[in-house]
Design a protein around this ligand. Sequence first.
Ligand code: LLP
Length: 414
Amino acid sequence: MNAFNFKNNTLHAEDVALNKIAENFGTPCYVYSKSALTKAFERFNAGFKDTNHLVCFAVKSNPSLAILNLFAKLGAGFDIVSGGELARVIAAGGDPSKVVFSGVGKTADEMRAALEAGIFCFNVESASELTRLNDIAGYMGKIAPVSLRVNPNVDAKTHPYISTGLKNNKFGVAYEDALDIYLQAAAMPNIAIHGVDCHIGSQITELSPFMDAFDRVLALVDALEQNNIRIQHIDLGGGIGICYSDETPPEFSDYAKAMLAKLGKRDIKLVFEPGRALVGNAGVLLTKVEYLKHTETKNFAIVDAAMNDLMRPALYDAYHAIEAVQPRDANTRNYEIVGPVCESGDFLGHDRELALAEGDLLAVMSAGAYGMSMASNYNTRPRAAEIMVDGDKLTVIRQREKVQDLFALETIIK
Ligand code: LLP
């Protein structure tokens, strides 16, 4: 059952009507369903229950402490890409020994913090990074556990901005160079080779790119074995898509079956880094219609959420379904749903057939991933509040920012 449903002609999050949330906490706000988050994690995990595995939630997709804490309690590890995300995981009660650290630009400070915390693995993305990590671990008297992130050069068939597994982007090391760099790593005194890592992109809605990438990774694992380098885990990254409109992404169970069939009898732990697939459909952005404006060619619904709150439409032309929280029994019009930010790219949806009046509430659906995490303060707009729903219980998991907070770190030169 979906966590966001209509009851009595009103859209609910679990047992709570979204208009009640707007009344109590104002708009715009993000609303998450605890049961949807929990079920998504449990379903993903279930596919691998008989296998040595670790699900590392990709923090960047939704770094809310409450959400990280929920996943930590369910047994998750975390995929981080910055020292900030490491600090968040620790503050949320996550276990550093279940953290993988990805990203092409890890700084020396970030490496030190991660070594200090005792993370599970560094996903190293270049030969230079490997050298730096070896040096820093040496100074600290530590051994750094590493995987190389290899770029398997497969087409993830997704938006070019979120495709990462092709030759011509900045991520990972070229597949052809991987063996060489592993041999260099094997000779470094403060590096311990633990795994092989890949992540080919995001919002992938077919199984085949994952299968192709896994094939290439396994071929590398075999080549490493022949060179006396024994791999303990394979990290297959994240990337499973969700349904925003009519996409049919692979079911978690089918994904798991396909991956396990490829792994066969090898005694290798599997690591995954799902983000969107665990949180995307567990959150909505609740917003109010401020004004309706009818021009010669267009009808605009100007709402109180904007591109600074949910950047995906402006940045990727991404589609999010938009529902009236209390649909009206009236003639619909074709609306542009836009925010108050002074940019023509500030839209949340084009061509939406809705019957609207000023003051109505809208829910921008599937906004749990890369929504709040990519929000900004553009136009000096405080970031939205975040609310967690659990049955009929509500918790403000992040308060709405105050305008004064936004310039608290600034100084006027006298
Ligand atoms: N692992 C690594 C190394 C990643 O770079 C990412 C996402 C993930 C895991 C999680 O991928 P997921 O399972 O969520 O697809 N802002 C874009 C998405 C950018 C994804 C960046 N990397 C969007 O709003 O669509």
